[in-house]
Write a protein that binds this ligand. Structure first.
Ligand code: UDP
Ligand code: MG
Length: 329
């Protein structure tokens, strides 16, 4: 089946060292896509793989015109790879998806149905996280709590990148060209008429996770700093409370000295106050540093990703290509 230049559905699949997962993914997803009765394309974005991932996709893409490849020049991270996929996608609806089948492909049928019913965005919502271990579950829950407390734009609990977006929602998302890309937050920021589909997240079909605890921690900091300035503002209040406490404490000291005369001991309390204030100042400086560093990255205006090669895709015609254009000039 050859598709016209604009398919109904674009699957956007970022991959990093997924040689084992890709064949299983295609085997599982293809019958479901056929079942929708819609035209489609599957866009793999190679995010700097060092195994046979690219060879496998190239071989498949040469035989099957519905499979396309965007090869990035190095590992830019999943958020950048997703952005590349959204930029180059042409479908009337786009579905970003993990390759490891942790985003159950059967859901596509439900997504498409709700899209055809008129929803702009249909997102998968993890109803239970039993496939994750305890610490990962708790930390994820804690993260969503803190994020939603600090950010004006709330992320639905348990929602990830797995979703269907209509063209308008995709165009809105790709207009956001910030370098610190927290896609879940960007997806929430654009608004539109969205509907949730609950699912339980299965275990990885093949290969292993690409996100270490350290990477997730940094990802969480990126997410919060991208969507909230509460961590910056909080120091004004901490500073005011400490100053208030200091005034009261000093008054007590003065009164006590006037009544009871000079008293010398006080090493312990002095040390406690000095250390506490030192720590508070360092933390607040560190937080300013976090924001300053991100600001620096934004100001440099570097492209979000660089493309080395593509198969089966025409360059996007819209302004969103600006980023990649610079590399070819
Ligand atoms: N991925 C990527 N670039 C990265 C890390 C991950 O393209 O730097 C892809 C990966 O190949 C997979 C998806 O992002 O298709 C989700 O990654 P993973 O399953 O490792 O994350 P987890 O499900 O463990 O959170
Ligand atoms: Mg996974």
């Amino acid at each position: 089946m050859m598709h016209s230049t604009t398919p109904d559905l674009s699957l956007v699949v970022p991959v990093l060292n997924e040689e084992d997962a890709i064949p299983i993914f295609l085997e599982t997803v293809t019958p479901i896509l056929e079942q929708t009765g819609l035209t489609y394309e599957v866009i793999f974005i190679d995010d700097g793989s060092t195994d046979r991932t690219v060879d496998i996709i190239q071989d498949t893409a040469r035989q099957n015109p519905l499979v396309c490849l965007i090869q990035l020049t190095r590992n830019f991270g999943k958020e950048a790879a997703l952005t590349a996929g959204l930029d180059w996608s042409r479908g009337a609806a786009v579905i970003p998806m993990d390759v490891d089948l942790q985003d159950p492909p059967e859901l596509i049928l439900e997504f498409v149905k709700l899209w055809q019913d008129g929803y702009d965005i249909v997102f998968g919502q993890r109803a239970d996280r039993s496939s994750d271990n305890g610490p990962k579950r708790w930390s994820a829950q804690l993260f969503y709590r803190i994020f939603n407390f600090m950010s004006v734009h709330h992320i639905a609990d348990g929602s990830g990148d797995y979703r269907l977006m209509n063209r308008a929602a995709v165009e809105a998302t790709v207009q956001l060209r910030e370098r610190n890309r927290f896609m879940k937050g960007l997806f929430a920021w654009i608004g539109f008429n969205a509907m949730a589909v609950p699912f339980s997240r299965p275990k990885r079909a093949a290969g292993h996770t690409k996100f270490s605890a350290w990477k997730l921690w940094n990802f969480a900091i990126d997410g919060i700093t991208s969507f909230s300035t509460v961590p910056l503002r909080i120091w004004t209040y901490v500073g005011m409370s400490v100053a208030f406490g200091a005034i009261i404490y000093t008054s007590i000291l003065i009164i006590r000295t006037l009544i009871f005369g000079v008293d010398v001991p006080g090493y312990a309390s002095l040390m406690a106050v000095v250390l506490l204030l030192g720590a508070v100042q360092l933390i607040s400086l560190g937080i300013i540093g976090e924001y300053l560093g991100r600001l620096y990255l934004e100001v440099k205006q570097r492209p979000i990703y660089l493309v080395r090669d593509t198969i089966g895709l025409k360059p996007p015609c819209k302004q969103t290509i600006q980023d990649t254009d610079k590399t070819t000039q």
